[in-house]
Design a protein around this ligand. Structure first.
Ligand code: HEM
Length: 159
């Protein structure tokens, strides 16, 4: 496979992984969490959410890896590292920031302490903890959607 063909494949893998990953975040934020809030008692919400999200967590980990590897390959192919010094490429900064946040949450914070922390917090105030989880998802989804919009527009010459 020629280098350029590999670059096109990396771009396709990048977008595919982003669709599965951010699509999942959108579903959790706009459908799953509001549904849980509506139909389950506040005490049981966190436990149910964790059970349901567990499966997505594996998917999200794989997709985060695929997005990072393909993104790194594209940056290297384009020899575009200097874009990080230019605010015009804010969408690249935002993409990288989102990738970093998810990577830290999925691979470090969640396995180490986030799970226990949420359960502890939920024992103190279940309602407030669930609201916090919802707000975190809303913020991350909004940032991710802005990044997708900016990345497509930016990659195709808008900015
Ligand atoms: C370490 C993390 C990441 C790196 C290094 C990276 C790098 C890149 C690069 C180099 C491009 C191509 C730019 C160009 O053609 O000029 C790109 C495109 C893109 N990235 Fe990322 N990215 C990362 C994470 C993300 C994340 C988290 C998202 C989603 C929230 C995302 C969404 C996109 C989209 C939608 C495109 C546009 C594809 C197209 O229209 O052709 N990326 N990325």
């Amino acid at each position: 496979m020629k280098d350029y063909e590999l670059f096109v494949v990396a771009r396709s893998v990048h977008v595919l992984a982003v669709v599965i990953w951010i699509g999942g975040v959108a579903f959790i934020t706009t459908v799953l969490l509001p549904a849980i809030a509506k139909i389950v008692d506040s005490e049981q919400r966190i436990a149910l959410f964790e059970q349901l999200e567990n499966k997505f967590s594996v998917q999200a980990k794989v997709m985060t890896l695929a997005t990072g590897i393909s993104g790194y390959y594209m940056l290297d192919f384009l020899n575009a590292w200097q874009r990080y010094q230019d605010l015009q490429f804010w969408w690249l900064h935002l993409m990288t920031l989102i990738w970093f946040i998810f990577t830290v949450v999925l691979f470090v914070l969640e396995p180490l302490f986030l799970h226990h922390w949420f359960l502890q917090q939920a024992k103190k105030d279940a309602e407030k903890t669930f609201a916090k989880i919802q707000r975190m998802h809303q913020v991350l989804l909004t940032l991710s959607l802005v990044a997708v919009f900016g990345a497509v527009a930016g990659s195709h010459g808008y900015f």
